[in-house]
Design a protein around this ligand. Structure first.
Ligand code: ATP
Length: 261
């Protein structure tokens, strides 16, 4: 079967100006940091694509640009044909963006939040009801639907934020560090769900620094170091001779050697 390109990233760049405090944290005197440096890659419909890289490699910055939360300095990316630069609103209708740092308003209940975001996506009352029933059942939220977020466990909060970010049934789901800070049970619910999305033909883009997560989930993997895509290949091909961890460190050492001159 012919693979269909659903995400095309071309020459994305983002440079940040570092504050004095950030310069100290990053142990540098440079005032500018190239977080993403001419990044290009392609993801195909129905696959789970993993952006793998060490801390500070530029994963979050990349995903935030793809989710239209920050603008690239140059370059562009197309989500199912929609440009993140010139058609950000259309992009937002096609994607669900998730991060483990998502904050929900403590004062509201899952029911209220679901209703609010459903209306924001201009869904009809019936569509909202149907989707709520389906997703609350799938994630075991039903019994907590009327409990204020402030009184929910961390795992339950994470499940509620997942449900809210996919309530409009997006074709592309972008997930920054999907299992960070989750207990093992919630982490399993999340990874099982991502695999289920793939069987429904959705495309999932995840960022992580956890090798086992990539091995478990991803069809294709892009290795990001210092804002540059060093390798981007199907996981099966990349790990034909060595496990992912060994492959990664070989690539990392070679890249670090080249960057140090
Ligand atoms: N708003 C910002 N202002 C200044 N520098 C930033 C900003 N956001 C990110 N950076 C810097 O850009 C670089 C890439 O950060 P980014 O968060 O994208 O990396 P990451 O691969 O997601 O790593 P981590 O897993 O640590 O979040 C880092 O050096 C970071 O300090």
């Amino acid at each position: 079967m012919e693979e269909r390109e659903i995400l095309t990233v071309r020459d994305l760049c983002k440079t940040f100006t570092l504050s004095k405090r950030q310069q100290k944290i990053e142990k540098t005197h440079e005032k500018k940091k190239k977080a993403v440096d001419h990044l290009s890659f392609t993801a195909y419909e129905g696959e789970i694509f993993g952006l793998l890289g060490p801390n500070g490699a530029g994963k979050t910055t990349t995903l935030r640009m793809l989710a239209t939360l920050i603008r690239p300095d140059s370059g562009d990316a197309w989500m199912d044909g929609a440009s993140i630069v010139t058609q950000p609103e259309l992009v937002r209708r096609k994607i669900g963006f998730l991060t483990s740092e998502l904050k929900l308003e403590d004062f509201f209940t899952p029911n209220q939040l679901f209703q609010f975001f459903g209306e924001l996506h201009q869904m009809s009352r019936q569509q909202i009801e149907q989707r709520r029933a389906e997703l609350f059942e799938r994630f075991g939220i039903g019994a907590f639907a009327e409990v204020k977020v402030a009184n929910l466990s961390t795992g339950m909060k994470q499940k509620v934020s997942i449900v809210i970010s996919i309530l409009h049934d997006p074709s592309i789901i972008i997930f920054d560090e999907p299992t960070n800070g989750l207990d093992v049970l919630t982490a399993k619910t999340v990874t099982d769900f991502l695999l289920e999305l793939r069987t429904q033909g959705r495309t999932v883009i995840v960022s992580t620094h956890i090798f086992s997560l990539v091995e478990k989930l991803c069809d294709r993997v892009g290795i990001l170091i210092n804002g540059q895509m060093i390798v981007c290949e199907p996981l099966a091909e990349l790990t034909k001779e060595k496990c992912l961890e060994d492959v990664f460190f070989d690539i990392y050492q070679k890249a670090a050697g080249e960057q140090n001159g």
